[in-house]
Design a protein around this ligand. Sequence first.
Ligand SMILES: [Zn+2]
Length: 233
Amino acid sequence: MIIKKRTVLIFSTFLAIIIAFITLFSALSNLTQESFSSDFFKVVIDAGHGGVDGGVSGVKTGVKESDLNLILAKELASFLNEEGIKTVLTRSTKAGLYGTATSNRKRKDMLKRKEIILDSAPNLVISLHMNYYSVSDRRGAQAFFDEKNENSKKVALAVQSALNDLPTNERKYSALKGDYYILNSTNYPAVLIECGFLSNPQDEELLISREYREIFCQAVLNGISIYRINDDI
Ligand SMILES: [Zn+2]
């Protein structure tokens, strides 16, 4: 009888140890997967323009595109970081990326952006801009891709499908090919987003509000998720 009790005790202890090991192993494996996915996906966020190049200006408030791109780039970076996505900003101040150059500023600025992308070896590049059109009722966010880069096209299609859910996009856009240096100067998957029209007062009003920019960041994240699911990355 005593032996039987002891056997039961040994068996239960053995079982408890096995269960503890299984629990520990599965916890460790989840942890590894999590750190793997966050280490794995890196996005370069490029705030268009900067310094002497202010880009376009808001028709209502005169807000400079370069400033708005920067605010949005920083907010998007925090937003993606919270989702475990690593981010690198091409610029984090109002200054351009041409250093102290007084000539060929645009070229030097763009070369620096390219260098940052190459150094970062990202999974994705997102360049943020604001649009402007002579007809003020044109609204909405549009994604552009490098037609020679299949992955750039895939990202732009995914991002555009998410942008079309935004309140600014009553008119649904298709992703468009665009000949932009930031897209075609490297082979990384890259999308340029014209986030809205600063020539349209309603778009401008939304884009200068933090609440709307959060909705916008969520749409970009949704687009990234669609791309990652489609491409299994
Ligand atoms: Zn621009």
